[in-house]
Ligand binder design. Structure first.
Ligand SMILES: [Zn+2]
Length: 312
């Protein structure tokens, strides 16, 4: 008798659970449909916006009239302030991107209002590299005139190319910068730890152990450590011919201070003196050509470390 009563209760609970799940399922479905409808509406708005923007965007710069302000408000166009734009955030005017060596294509994504004027703003996805109007050799000559020494020329080219990575990432750059950092450790003034990057292993969920057929064993993906990515990011501060340079790298610096490094110190705005920049690809070509220069530095540094006199 008792058993039957218990079973009845259990069945009832099971049925209730089934209904609850079904309701939940229905609720989730409704939410998804609502989201889709919202997305559809947003897309509709965007399409409408681009039509209006096209007429607005024909001018890259125009005065902020009452009428324009009304149109921007009605269209809910994204309006930027001067603080929101720059290569660091990936937003800029046509003129700004041009100074950084890029052309813009497509429609602007919003407008910058400054001194009662309205400027079209393009994000980094609408950029196309400008064609270089000089050769690597010509660029080198030009930069050498500006920075006086070859050391300073490469350090500055690296500083500029490093910032441009935030706009358009080109993977060969990391090989170049790491080589430069290694070759210039003798000019390191200070090294700091910025952060320890760890990612929980996706396979074992960070436990380091995984069930293989019938028994738990050390996880293959992370070798039992529980994290797949385990690296330290450092700040390297250099003094090159009397000028300070700061770069970030996973290479451990020769000198390490107890102080913590800054995560954003590298991403300063370009100075007026830097602009206009040479095209990114040309800068990388120039830096690739500095391999011999870096090899010599590396050899000299290695010899110093091994206490081999350069001149015997
Ligand atoms: Zn694992």
């Amino acid at each position: 008798m008792v058993v039957t009563e218990e079973r009845r209760k259990k069945d009832e609970q099971g049925e209730m659970e089934r209904i609850r799940r079904s309701l939940q399922h229905e609720e989730n479905r409704r939410k998804i449909l609502e989201q889709r409808e919202l997305q559809r509406l947003e897309l509709g708005i965007k399409a409408e916006l681009s039509k209006n923007n096209q007429s607005l965007a024909q001018k890259t710069m125009q005065p902020l009239t009452e009428e324009l302000m009304r149109r921007l408000a009605i269209d809910r166009v994204r309006v930027f302030s001067s603080d929101d734009v720059g290569y660091q955030s990936g937003f800029g005017t046509k003129n700004y991107w041009s100074k950084l060596g890029f052309q813009v294509t497509g429609i602007p994504i919003g407008f910058l209002v400054r001194d009662r004027m309205v400027y079209s703003i393009y994000d980094r996805w609408s950029l196309v590299a400008k064609k270089a109007n000089m050769t690597v050799k010509q660029l080198k000559k030009k930069l050498l005139k500006k920075y006086k020494t070859e050391e300073l020329l490469f350090a500055n080219a690296l500083r500029i190319a490093n910032r441009l990575q935030k706009v358009n990432r080109i993977s060969i750059f990391y090989e170049i910068i790491n080589k430069w950092i290694q070759a210039n450790q003798s000019k390191l003034t200070d090294g700091k730890l910025v952060r320890h990057e760890k990612n929980e292993c996706f396979c074992c969920g960070g436990t380091g152990m995984l069930l293989y057929e019938i028994e738990y064993k050390e996880c293959d993906a992370c070798c039992g450590s529980g994290s797949t990515r385990n690296q330290r990011l450092y700040e390297h501060n250099f003094n090159i011919d009397g000028h300070d340079f700061c770069f970030h790298s996973y290479i451990e610096p020769d000198k390490l201070s107890a102080e913590e490094g800054d995560d954003i110190v590298e991403w300063r705005a370009f100075s007026k003196d830097d602009l206009p920049l040479p095209p990114q690809q040309l800068l990388l070509e120039l830096l690739k050509g500095s391999k011999k220069h870096m090899m010599l530095l590396l050899v000299a540094y290695g010899m110093k470390m091994l206490s081999i006199p350069l001149i015997s």
